[in-house]
Design a protein around this ligand. Structure first.
Ligand SMILES: Cc1cc2nc3c(=O)[nH]c(=O)nc-3n(C[C@H](O)[C@H](O)[C@H](O)COP(=O)(O)OP(=O)(O)OC[C@H]3O[C@@H](n4cnc5c(N)ncnc54)[C@H](O)[C@@H]3O)c2cc1C
Length: 297
């Protein structure tokens, strides 16, 4: 289906984009990579009357280490992040970018778009929630920094105010002996995950000193469970302790039954993914080079 008629704007600067957002208000739709917006327009979901294409704005496409943080410009594509040496400092980030959809979508879609859509099965909302990520935004009132936990407020709902744009994502570099992983189960490449899991473990010898576990596509928002993390902290990370953590966090999840699978199937897959993410994170905390990748049906 063709989209309904719309007007197309391509501002030359961030300030001009913010000005257009203010001018058109509710009628404005931001387009970055267009990989979510264009399909929605073709399905005639929502009214995109004034499309503001920020995709070619300068200075918002970078992946670099700055001030002890991995800094990613909002217009960085999933593919550029997956290929970045800077992003390799946090394997979970590379795994998330490298597993999104297929090569075409990864080459166009952006991290700013993927986060702002706030799809509960999206790879960036789940993976970035696992880390101490902050989201930098700019709007008519200036710039502000929002913790990822506050940025996504519900399924498809963010705390972005009218006229605000995501400009950058910042993630503190991990301490030594830290390992992370993001694993999704997908029916096929060009599909959102059926379920996913992000994990970060900080180890002191054989003992886990900090654990972060997040499930994606397992409820209306990313699923976290303090009890599951506590099942690992202060203990050795083994198949037994990982299994206990998996039981606890999956019990806290509420995966919807849909075309991707029944709730029972998703719960079973989630347990498998927690174990897989845990094994990879543990190995990486020891400095082992572990190949990433998702599970496909
Ligand atoms: C077949 C298919 C499979 C897919 N599979 C996956 C998958 O496995 N995992 C996954 O995570 N995603 C998947 N996606 C989504 C894809 O990753 C998109 O690229 C992403 O969701 C949106 O990024 P975009 O740059 O294309 O955004 P756009 O489509 O350009 O914009 C989408 C919306 O995001 C908002 N937006 C964009 N940029 C900004 C910004 N800088 N600041 C504020 N708001 C902004 C706008 O409101 C806009 O309406 C898939 C998409 C398709 C079509």
């Amino acid at each position: 289906m063709y989209p309904a008629p719309f007007r197309y704007h391509r501002p030359a600067s961030l300030e001009a984009a913010i000005g257009l957002l203010g001018k058109f208000g509710d009628e404005a739709s931001i387009m970055a990579g267009g990989q979510s917006l264009i399909p929605m327009m073709k399905l005639r979901m929502g009214d995109a009357c004034e499309v503001i294409d920020i995709g070619r704005l300068p200075d918002l496409s970078f992946v670099e280490i700055r001030d002890g943080m991995l800094c990613i410009g909002a217009l960085s594509t999933h593919a550029s992040i997956a290929a970045s040496e800077a992003a390799a400092r946090i394997p979970l980030v590379q795994e998330a970018g490298g597993g999104i959809a297929d090569r075409q979508i990864r080459s166009m879609g952006t991290i700013g778009g993927g986060l702002s859509v706030a799809d509960p099965s999206g790879c960036w909302p789940t993976s970035l929630r696992t880390l101490k990520t902050s989201v930098q935004v700019r709007g008519p009132a200036g710039a502000r920094s929002i913790a990822i936990a506050d940025f996504i407020q519900d399924s498809y709902v963010t705390t972005l105010q009218p006229g605000e744009l995501v400009t950058e994502i910042r993630i503190p570099l991990p301490a030594a002996n830290t390992g992370s992983a993001y694993v999704a189960f997908k029916r096929t490449a060009a599909a959102y995950p059926t379920v996913s899991c992000g994990m970060e473990l900080v180890m002191d010898g054989q003992t886990c000193t900090s654990a972060s576990i997040v499930l994606g596509a397992a409820g209306p928002m990313a699923v976290l469970c303090a009890a599951a993390e506590q099942a690992l902290v202060g203990r050795e990370v083994t198949e037994t302790s990982l299994g206990e953590a998996a039981e606890l966090i999956v019990a806290a999840s509420d995966p919807p039954a849909d075309a991707r699978g029944s709730a029972a199937f998703k719960r079973a897959m989630l347990k498998t993914l927690v174990l897989e993410a845990g094994r990879r994170s543990l190995a990486r905390s020891r400095g082992e080079q572990v190949k990433g990748g998702h599970r496909y049906a």
